[in-house]
Ligand binder design. Sequence first.
Ligand SMILES: [Zn+2]
Length: 276
Amino acid sequence: MPVEEPNGKVSVPEGLWKKCDSCHNIIYNKELEENFFVCSKCGYYFRLTSKERIKQLLDENSFNEMSADLQSTDPLSFSDTQKYSSKIKHAKNKTKLNDAVVTGFGKLDGRDIIISIMDFDFMGGSMGSVVGEKITRAVETAVKKKLPLIIVSSSGGARMQEGMFSLMQMAKTSASLSKLSEAKLPFISVLTHPVTGGVAASFAMLGDVIIAEPKALIGFAGPRVIEQTIKQKLPDDFQLSEFLLSHGQIDIISERKELKNTISEIVDLLYNDSNG
Ligand SMILES: [Zn+2]
């Protein structure tokens, strides 16, 4: 709780609150969590970690992680301002994850599903060999177990530090999804701010149903690059979920508090247990 200091200033103990990036109001963590990490003052969507996303989307304690031990190597011994190996080490310490996606089994309103959740805090959710392999394994497990697949994306694109190896993940994940489609199993792709580059250009856009959170930036190249290339001014809302919905590139915009219900309803419509 706020404490009034002798000089009349109000201080709030650190760690109990967050400042909204959009309206700069101070919001208590507890209040924020209860509101699905959406600012109650201005509606700004805070970024979720994979852990928070699991808590919001899946039935309590139903998540069972798979392929958690997979770790990136440094095939090109890449270095720019910093060695790639040091960046990975830093990202691991920061997120307590081994790479930028978490995959596993879970339950959604009592139904078994396979889910992959990208974590932007790990090197901008970039897709290298490990992300590609984990997504592919998740897809293959869904095919094998005859379960619906949900992928929640949040990514800046391919991981340039792995060069061609990261680009190959676009083909690899897309090819595996064609097997899911042949097996007539649903893939629901959930896009959260931002989804760009190689992830937008591969599995994220291949969902049978594509859902986005409001005002998420979704696209291949950023607006600045496009404006420079086509030498035209782009509309202000270009590449935001709302623009993409009105142009037919995505199917649904779901508020975060409704997201679990929305996904659950679609699974109900597209999947019947005779598949499994
Ligand atoms: Zn706000």
